[in-house]
Design a binder for this molecule. Structure first.
Ligand SMILES: [Zn+2]
Length: 158
């Protein structure tokens, strides 16, 4: 009787040729080369998936982790040690994520951005001279600064 086995890919029965040796028959896994290639492709694909999941074990840093990182750093732990305690390799990424979550202010301003806070600082306001109209006149519209000084001259300097 004819020997058969299912193709590893399409499950279709592969019929053993009469002349096929035991060795060749054992090696025969696919009904045709297309099925062999299809399985190869899938293996490759699985391979990629495996690589991907290995990579995704390096999962994105959660807000909770970033919060703990900021907590450690503000407690005086160095960035590198804080990252180590969280099982993370890169304190830079933790810092970036913490900044992204708004847990810490940006540390290194981009070149140029550094100048922005200076530009937005209020301009220095020069104090007005004693007795300047802007202040004195507002309080004492009927008395000049000079008169007031003359009136208080006897009080001496204070
Ligand atoms: Zn097949």
């Amino acid at each position: 009787m004819t020997e058969t086995k299912p193709c590893k890919w399409c499950q279709k029965a592969i019929v053993r040729a009469d002349e096929a040796t035991e060795f060749n028959w054992a090696r025969r896994l696919f009904c045709n080369s297309r099925c062999r290639k299809a399985l190869d492709r899938q293996m490759e694909c699985n391979g990629n998936h495996a690589t991907q999941s290995a990579r995704s074990r390096n999962t994105p840093i959660t807000q909770e982790e970033a919060t703990r990182f900021v907590g450690l750093v503000s407690a005086g732990v160095s960035d590198a040690d804080a990252a180590k305690q969280l099982g993370r390799a890169s304190p830079e990424i933790l810092t970036r994520r913490a900044i992204m979550f708004g847990l810490m202010p940006p540390r290194r301003a981009e070149p140029g951005a550094e100048l922005a806070p200076i530009a937005t600082k209020p301009e220095r306001i020069e104090p007005l001279k004693a007795g300047a109209d802007e202040t004195w006149r507002a309080m004492m519209p009927d008395l000049s600064w000079k008169e007031a000084q003359a009136m208080t001259a006897h009080m001496g300097r204070f």
